[in-house]
Design a protein around this ligand. Structure first.
Ligand code: PGA
Length: 259
């Protein structure tokens, strides 16, 4: 089962996950990071900044989960721009080694396949950071997505477009399509770290961690993976039936274990 860690706030979550990433980079200077966008991963990137001072990150590689289709890659809200602004520049990563799904590829029908090939050629993702949508999506795999899916074009749900309208001037400007890693792609990463904050995510988190494994809640795919860490604040964890057990397990965890 996933290890579930309930923390007081986002900063604690960021620190916990950042420590894990830093130790990975120290062990493996060319580690492959699976990068997420949206609000959820920001505390991780913020916590990484001071922790990576003095650490050689020049060989660290990265693959983002998804990208909008239908806006320019230099639009400030394209995930290429977000990853550059929130991850590459502040952490000093090598831009050529960090990729986002190529939503400007003239051959979009096969672009996903080439992205998956690039991940495979890099040796696979060592640690995949994930948020979860209020509709249960991970990456942009909306409800109904196949657990075997690979990187491909998807249509965003109305709910996702409403949730993401805060990044744009209006919902009409939120793209309708995206190029997203598939659930099958995501499940190939060696360690999944899913973060969620706030009451609005509580139902999706409970469904993903404790509900039936169903494509209607794509986040439940994490139950098929052998190494998953779920880090939530009290509000996002408020519907977890086994919350007391998770707290007890974490409080009594051997020091050597890490997350
Ligand atoms: P958010 O999005 O982090 O902006 O809430 C999460 C997601 O859609 O995966």
């Amino acid at each position: 089962m996933a290890e579930v860690i309930i923390v007081p706030d986002r900063a604690d979550a960021g620190a916990l996950v950042a420590d894990e990433i830093v130790s990975l980079i120290r062990r493996t200077p060319d580690a492959v990071l699976g990068l997420a966008t949206g609000s959820t991963p920001l505390p991780v990137y913020e916590a990484l900044r001071p922790r990576l001072q003095g650490v050689d990150v020049s060989r660290v590689r990265g693959f983002a989960l998804d990208e909008y289709v239908g806006i320019d890659l230099d639009h400030p809200e394209s995930y290429a721009s977000v990853i550059r602004r929130e991850v590459i520049e502040p952490l000093g990563l090598t831009p050529e080694l960090v990729r986002t799904p190529p939503a400007d590829d003239p051959d979009l029908a096969t672009a996903g396949e080439r992205y998956d090939d690039a991940i495979r050629e890099a040796g696979g993702v060592d640690i995949q950071i994930l948020g979860i949508g209020t509709d249960g999506h991970i990456g942009f795999n909306e409800p109904g997505s196949s657990f075997a899916s690979r990187t491909r074009v998807k249509t965003l749900t109305r709910q996702t477009r409403e949730d993401n309208a805060r990044f744009f001037d209006s919902i009409d400007e939120v793209p309708r399509h995206c190029l997203t890693q598939g659930l099958g792609t995501i499940l190939e990463a060696r360690h999944l770290v899913l973060l969620a904050f706030g009451e609005g995510k509580a139902a999706a988190v409970a469904g993903a961690v404790e509900g039936p494994v169903t494509s209607m809640l794509p986040g439940s795919a994490i139950q098929l993976h052998p190494r998953v860490t779920v880090v939530v604040d009290e509000a996002a964890g408020s519907r977890l039936a086994l919350a007391d057990y998770y707290r007890d397990a974490f409080a009594n965890k051997p020091d050597w274990q890490g997350i």
